[in-house]
Design a protein around this ligand. Structure first.
Ligand code: SF4
Length: 493
């Protein structure tokens, strides 16, 4: 436990996040008893006796531990001007914690979900790449590799979105919340298909109603991306898949569509018939996700397929004519280190997917991995920057380049997730959910829609219930939730 005492708490969140980044999410508490480390933050400034105006002062960090360690770090900063002082204050604390732990953090003081945003904004303002690089390494103390990748991703995004007209466009997400089994690390809405097979028909019927409603409400806008995810949509039968895609095509105008993606995440859910049904229905991009090519790990994480099945499913998909196949892998899975990751990468290199997404293992609250943490903690080493560097090398050697990047707070080591793709095979939906540039209309159990209020510079969300039975029973209410936001957006209906 880490004891944190602050004279004022304007920077409370920044200081806590920095502590958790250095000490792997160790609990930060306000009582000293039982804590092994203590950080006291004081602030002193001069005050004009007549006007009461405060001038620039000094922030002091006093760090002590239960072994007698003591250090003091001071930073001159106008405490009240958060915009001007935040980075300096965080950098001062970073230097102190780095000296204490002997650690450097690849992302330095950057703790947000979208570290590429800085590069995007600076590029938009015409700032030179060299200066952007310095901003990352000098202001935020990132390692040069992270500055490079952020600039590269931001430039690719700019290129990808250059002819988008956000005001006129929207994306659709359709959730199929069924899977063959539940992965150990899963925090999504997902139910075992074996227990829900007889409800799939009713679920689809409810989904069609929601789709028809959204399609009608957005009839004057241009649908640019459809993403059918989950869950594992490919656990549906070939006939159900055909019907589902058929309904999407019938409900929405696809005149402006740039991509049609379906998640076929679990190789064991695929058959030749299903792949042909998807291809025939006009699906352009699919994902077949190995996560790892080690059968022992697959068993451990609750995925009921083998590496062989991944290879067979991939070959079947190519055979069916898919020329845009993504593969997802996870770095830092339980029981896995660098050796296992290199094995996975060498197998993937053989398959030559059109895009590769690497996630750093995140330990999310709702996941069984978290609930059964005591059982797995000795097996989880997490991802490392060396692992992500190995993925980066493998991707580039395979002709794939980074095009989106984001971080999650539950990743040990505070690393990132990165999507690599061959030129022209990028999935814009992946970027759009992070960038929040246009409305995402999400349908199905657990689906969360995002409505962008551009003029007011804000976003509103409408969330659907997660439970499948509830969704079927309350789909009208889900539509009403959306209707309220449609109306607030100035009556697109
Ligand atoms: S395949 Fe995806 S949605 Fe399904 S259980 Fe695994 S992580 Fe969850």
């Amino acid at each position: 436990m880490i004891y944190l005492k602050q004279q004022l708490d304007l920077y409370d969140n920044d200081i806590r996040v920095m502590l958790q980044a250095f000490f792997d999410n160790e609990k930060v508490v306000r009582t000293k008893a039982g804590s092994r480390l203590s950080l006291v933050v004081d602030y002193a400034c001069k005050e004009d006796e007549e006007t009461g105006a405060k001038s620039e002062g000094v922030v002091t960090f006093s760090l002590t531990d239960d072994k007698g360690y003591e250090s003091v770090e001071k930073e001159a900063a106008d405490y009240w001007d958060k915009k001007a002082s935040k980075n300096r204050i965080k950098a001062a604390l970073y230097r102190q914690l780095s000296a204490y732990t002997g650690k450097t953090l690849p992302w330095g003081t950057l703790t947000g979900v979208r570290p590429t945003k800085i590069a995007t904004e600076l590029l938009e303002n015409g700032v030179a790449e060299e200066a952007i690089h310095r901003e990352y390494t000098d202001t935020y103390l990132t390692i040069p590799q992270k500055a490079d990748i952020c600039i590269e991703v931001a430039k690719r995004e700019q290129q990808l979105f250059k002819d988008f007209q956000y005001e006129e466009e929207y994306c659709v997400y359709i959730g199929i919340p069924f899977c063959p089994s539940r992965c150990l690390y899963c925090s999504f809405t997902s139910y075992p298909i074996a227990d829900y097979e007889d409800k799939a028909g009713d679920y689809l019927k409810a989904l069609y109603r929601e789709m028809d409603f959204v399609a009608e409400a957005y009839r004057n806008k241009r649908l640019v991306s459809i993403y059918v995810g989950g869950g594992t949509p490919s656990v549906l039968s070939a006939a159900q898949l055909e019907e589902l895609i058929g309904h999407i095509r019938q409900a929405f105008s696809l005149q402006y569509l740039r991509e049609f993606c379906v998640e076929c995440g679990r190789p064991d859910s695929l058959t030749e018939e299903k792949l042909q049904a998807l291809k025939k229905s006009g699906v352009q991009r699919i994902s077949i996700n190995p996560q790892t090519m080690s059968d022992d790990t697959l068993k451990l994480i609750g995925r009921a397929h083998t590496a062989r099945q991944t290879k067979d499913a991939f070959a079947m998909a190519r055979q069916a004519g898919f020329d845009n196949i993504n593969m997802d892998i996870i770095a830092g899975l339980p029981g896995e280190g660098m050796e296992e990751l290199l094995h996975t990468l060498s197998e993937i290199r053989e398959l030559k997917p059109d895009s590769l997404t690497v996630h750093s293992l995140a330990i999310k609250r709702a996941a069984n991995l978290n609930r059964e943490w005591e059982q797995y903690r000795k097996l989880v080493f997490g991802s490392t920057n060396e692992m992500l560097t190995a993925v980066d090398r493998c991707a580039r050697e395979s002709g794939l380049f980074p095009y989106y990047l984001y971080r999650q707070k539950n990743i040990p080591g505070k690393l990132e997730n990165i999507g690599y793709a061959a030129e022209g095979k990028e999935c814009v939906y992946n970027i759009l959910i992070m960038e929040e540039k246009l409305d995402i209309l999400a349908m199905g159990a657990g689906a969360a829609s995002k409505f962008i209020f551009r003029d007011e510079n804000r976003i509103e969300r409408a969330e659907n219930v997660k439970n499948v039975d509830e969704y079927i029973a309350r789909v009208d209410e889900m539509m009403e939730r959306k209707q309220k936001l449609f109306s607030r957006k100035g009556g697109v209906v």
